[in-house]
Design a protein around this ligand. Sequence first.
Ligand SMILES: *Cc1c(COP(=O)(O)O)cnc(C)c1O
Length: 713
Amino acid sequence: MDVQTPDTQNFPHLPEQLKGLEDLAENLWWSWNPQARMLFKMLDRQAWKESGHNPDLMLRNLSADILEKATADPNYMRHYDLVMYHFNRYLRDAPIGPEEKTGCVAYFSAEYGLHHSLPFYAGGLGFLAGDHLKECSDMGVPLVALGFMYPAGYLYQVIKQDGWQENYTQEVDKSAASINPVYTADGGQLRVPVSHINHMPLQLGIWKVPVGRVSLLLMDTDMEENEPELRSISQRLYTSDPEKRLLQEIVLGIGGYRVLKALDIDCRMLHLNEGHAAFALLEKVRELVENGADFDQARQQLREMSLFTTHTPVPAGHDVFSFEMIEKYFKTYWPRLGLDREGFLDLGRHPEKPDAGFNMTALALKLSGRANGVSRRHGSVSRRMWQGMWPDLTEDQVPIDHVTNGVHLPSWLEPKMRLLFNKYFGEGWLNAHDNPAIWEFIEEIPNCELWQTHYWLKLKLINYIRHKARNRWESGEADSSQITAMGTMLDPSVLTLGFARRFTPYKRPDLIFRDLERLKKMLNDPWRPIQLIFAGKSHPDDAQGHDLIHKIFELARNPETAGRVAFVENYNEMLAQYLTHGVDVWLNNPAPPMEASGTSGMKAALNGVPHLSTPDGWWLEGYREKTDEQGQTIKNGWQFGSGDEIAERDGEDAGALYELLEKEIIPLYYRAGEDGTPHAWVRVMKETIKTNGPKFSARRMIKDYMRKFYDAQ
Ligand SMILES: *Cc1c(COP(=O)(O)O)cnc(C)c1O
């Protein structure tokens, strides 16, 4: 598998000695290698900041002067040579040579969260996919990824004066990001036709994002030769229009499979990240049937080479299309699979709601040979949810396994924290970071050093929040109550809880406000106050999510909470980095069992930010408490409320949260030693890092995928 992009000369003004910067800027490897990022930053700090840490954009706008100056600076050139050496060696020395594996894994996902300069994500599913690619690249797992080029990205959130979320479109500048067209031999951009669905002629333009050694191929319907209504298919992520959404999924699945064929990519496995891409399975069946198999044989063959990962127990997370719409687009297609109308529609019937429409999760489960949830509990919840599809099996026997999510460590471990670990963990620790023994060296780090690093990150977060608020103030569009709500009054010496995720009812962002008087006592305590930082978007169609944002924003600008509640706009990858590195505690309070996994808490834990969560998702596997030699209980974070599935639980869960904060968390935080370091708190930080770091790394996750699925045939 080799996807070529010829020398495109994106930066004609680059001096010969710095030509390598072009390759570097065009491969997202730079995004998880601090030294590579430093190379761009060193050229011009201000330009780096203004570009939003996007080297492609920055290089385009940088004057030839500055570049010439860099070539004359021996310090810069030394740094340049070192980074280029590591980059080229990384690309060359795949730990698993392609010769050892025949064919690669084709990974399909509707969204990818890789860096904020590529806004092709809505949330957790996308980051999971992005981290999957980065880790496969690091490990040398042969994989090619398929996704969408969304010209309009995902929504950009602004909270208006009236406290309601307003959605803006953030246009993607394809020429100023690490994206390049995939070219054909004659020099034009590769086009892949998808024409056999209802005879609609549609040309997909193909783009490539190099993610280290892995290629992400993005399909774009916004091509001149397409009819206007078809051009807009890929315009926006998770469009609300059901027909457009069906077309998106046709493009993702069927188009995606055709892209593999057009590029002659031989894959031994199709891995569907969520049901959006399930039509890819049909296309494989069609290919086999057209080569002489009957449907059952084709299905059997497909089973041996397919994996479906389901991501949510929330019904809205499973797409269902009306049978009429499916008929409209597939009636000329099902004969080619050797199926009639009923046989085809049966593939998408939900076992308990067979007439509700064509369910993409049901389709994926029926056709793929293997399936998994994304945490241990989510595996068992999924087995229960879908047991009806296997009426002869008991719940335990339902063939849905699990692989607990993990996060790409080099992407989410803050560079200063990484330097600290480098100092105490020993040479080469990053190459074996899923080995728990290495993390025992956390004990070597003096408490005050870890605490100071954390405190520095907290200052950095608060400065960033103030910087964002200052920009809004300067624009003259926001009044002082809005600016306060955005976090200008945050105090770095105060115990800070962070809550950042999609705003939707089951995640209960407002749980901590349940008993406002009790909370206010904690916020306004003269000696040991707490403060809360919120961030998150809600999907344009989620009215309750909008209400939640409005409610919290109003509380954030209410003087009674004394500037100790903040809502920071436009939660994205950059803000997620600052928040997961810089708060003191990461709050998470979904109503069990709705959180399939969650990953932001893993990002926080890695950086010494303990998780405070209801027992749900990954935290059921993460939370630990033990008793040391002195009989002291040592924890790696906190857990509150019940994990059972009970109705009307908010009052009890909130009560348990207050109790834990008042009795345990707040006193622990403010109990500093004579040297100013809260040693007992740092003890929790160390436990947090060493127990969760290796276990919830994408390295461990990819190894699980390999052992259970990719290599287990
Ligand atoms: C990690 C991440 C998420 C997913 O976090 P959850 O814990 O699943 O909510 C969502 N958005 C951004 C920007 C992230 O970085």
